[in-house]
Design a binder for this molecule. Structure first.
Ligand code: SF4
Length: 88
């Protein structure tokens, strides 16, 4: 099971394909479309509705990219395995 690190300010995990997903929890406004585009990756937590990563390998990379694109305030950051930001 991949490790997900969630702190007050972010939820972050590395996918099996090497891509790194980060949700900026300071920015997240609990809008929710990320959890529709990639429902197995992003979970809106009960406490405040912010998106935390539940399973970084739950959806395809394309679905995760679509989730990142759907976030109205660009709170989801995707990096490739070299650490280069590919979105936003
Ligand atoms: S789409 Fe963006 S603002 Fe909305 S819950 Fe997901 S990360 Fe948060």
């Amino acid at each position: 099971m991949p490790q997900v690190i969630t702190t007050d300010s972010k939820s972050e995990a590395i996918r099996a394909d090497g891509y790194i997903i980060t949700v900026d929890l300071d920015k997240c406004i609990s809008a929710g479309p990320c959890s529709i585009a990639a429902p197995l990756t992003f979970l809106l937590r009960d406490s405040d509705g912010k998106a935390i990563i539940s399973d970084p390998d739950g959806d395809t990379l394309e679905a995760v990219m679509e989730a990142a694109r759907s976030c109205p305030i660009l709170a989801i950051i995707i990096k490739d395995k070299t650490g280069k930001t590919i979105f936003p």
